[in-house]
Design a protein around this ligand. Structure first.
Ligand code: SF4
Length: 184
């Protein structure tokens, strides 16, 4: 809901603090998720995440949350889904050029970052969205990332490339001339 989204930006500092405490709890519960199985807890996490973040931030469940770096303004609500700052079309009143009735999510993000007292993280470069994980829980992804499990498990070192078998050397010995070596 748009009004709630604006409220969340105004309360970015408190919401970010709450999220960080929540994150510490779900990371500490990694042994539980691991025992049940990450794939089994994925669905309940998705439902909880969609309900809470959908209400507070109009979350689009991109699966790779950037809220802590974007002043609690979800970049996926930008009609151009820009994740690294506004386009050049922000209106003089700070509204979106595509949806003039809406404030630019990046103008909002900057205000949220100011509320959080941290204008550094918003300048971090965000990776492009990986659509393969759209719809999945970004909360659980953070746990797997912290605990280096699943897709974040260290990869086994690559075996050195097998040596190519040496090509048979061409026989450089001159073929015996006809009659060579024969007794005169
Ligand atoms: S960045 Fe992604 S996960 Fe975070 S609120 Fe926006 S759509 Fe949801």
């Amino acid at each position: 809901m748009y009004a709630v989204r604006l409220w969340s930006v105004r309360h970015a500092k408190g919401l970010n603090r709450f999220y960080k405490a929540f994150e510490r709890v779900i990371v500490a519960l990694h042994p539980v998720w691991n025992k049940i199985g990450y794939e089994k807890v994925e669905r309940p996490f998705q439902v909880m995440e969609k309900a809470t973040k959908g209400f507070l931030f109009d979350c689009q469940m991109c699966g790779q949350c950037a809220l802590s770096s974007t002043g609690m303004s979800c970049p996926m609500n930008c009609p151009k889904t820009l994740r690294n700052g506004p386009c050049g079309g922000v209106r003089p009143n700070g509204h979106c050029e595509v949806k003039p009735e809406m404030k630019c999510v990046w103008v909002q993000g900057w205000a949220g970052a100011e509320n959080m007292g941290d204008l550094g993280k918003i300048q971090d470069v965000q990776l492009q969205v990986d659509n393969k994980i759209k719809g999945r829980s970004s909360w659980l992804r953070v746990v797997r990332m912290e605990k280096k499990v699943g897709e974040f498990a260290p990869k086994p070192p690559k075996a050195p490339p097998a040596k190519k078998p040496e090509a048979a050397k061409p026989d450089t010995a001159k073929p015996a001339a006809s009659g060579e070596g024969k007794a005169a």
